[in-house]
Design a protein around this ligand. Structure first.
Ligand SMILES: [Zn+2]
Length: 278
């Protein structure tokens, strides 16, 4: 058994789909430039200790507090990726000339986006850049996902998402997701039901943005299995800010969470925290 110690600033875990959909997806914990394969650690004790430092995930400078899951305050105020329009793409203000970083936006927002349905704790709608599939779904702990529409820009994806939110949530109930209380769904049937209910809204968006701006996708559904030996019955969260030492026996990995017998921790929330893993 290796007692190899990993030390560095936390990045979100790398999650790779398995070669075969019956097999669980593969997790690696990432600290600085180092990686630790986690699937093999199931059933073993794991300790993560925050050393007290936080480095901005963008510029690397030391920060006392982390903003928007890993940024220093200057980056949080300056970067387009930290602007509120990223979370609410329908409020994109590029055409008012007030985008924080127009060049960045051209590469990230003015790219094809996918509107999808996923099942992380019941059906939800979401949007993602095409290149972020399937990472986005794995980060959410979705057990199923189905791309349903393709659009040209992030803002258009936002308009479509706003429409779908009339009928379906855009949130994950992370406690239900972690407890494994998620029944498989027929996402294609959900899609057809939603297309029916939202037909006039979709037609209106097409009229506003051009007939070929919102394209139906005939994709197949993805399914994912996570490496979990025991789902927690009660979800208790660890938090480095309250207790810098997190230890327990690893019982599972789902979304960006470690499930330990002592509680769960959302590692993405602590991006940039300098930790030691043993
Ligand atoms: Zn920074």
């Amino acid at each position: 058994m290796s007692d190899k110690v990993l030390r560095g600033c936390l990045r979100k875990m790398a999650i790779e789909p398995a070669a075969n959909v019956q097999l669980p997806v593969n997790y690696a914990l990432r600290a600085g430039a180092q990686q630790l394969a986690l699937n093999d650690k199931l059933g073993q004790p794991l300790t993560l200790e925050w050393r007290g430092a936080i480095a901005c995930t963008h510029c690397g400078r030391a920060t006392k507090k982390s903003f928007a899951q890993g940024y220093c305050y200057p980056c949080f105020k300056r970067l387009a990726q930290c602007d509120t329009c990223i979370m609410k793409p329908e409020t994109c203000h590029f055409f008012q000339g007030t985008c924080r970083e127009p060049e960045w936006a051209k590469q990230h927002c003015f790219q094809p986006h996918i509107v999808y349905l996923a099942n992380s704790s019941g059906v939800k709608v979401g949007i993602t850049r095409k290149t972020q599939m399937p990472t986005r779904w794995l980060d959410q702990g979705a057990i199923q996902a189905l791309p349903i529409l393709e659009v040209d820009t992030r803002q258009q994806a936002g308009f479509v998402e706003v429409l779908f939110k009339e009928q379906v949530s855009d949130r994950t109930n992370w406690r239900a997701m972690l407890k494994g209380e998620v029944e498989p769904l027929d996402l294609k049937a959900e899609r057809d039901r939603l297309f029916n209910q939202l037909e006039s809204g979709l037609n209106q968006l097409k009229a506003e943005h051009g007939d070929d701006a919102i394209r139906l996708l005939e994709a197949s559904a993805h399914t994912f299995t996570y490496p979990v030996s025991d789902f927690p019955r009660k979800v208790v969260s660890h938090n480095f800010d309250k207790n810098p030492r997190v230890e327990g026996v690893l019982q599972g990995l789902k979304g960006q969470y470690l499930i330990l017998d002592s509680g769960v921790i959302n590692l993405r929330k602590f991006t940039g925290y300098e930790i030691e893993v043993s």
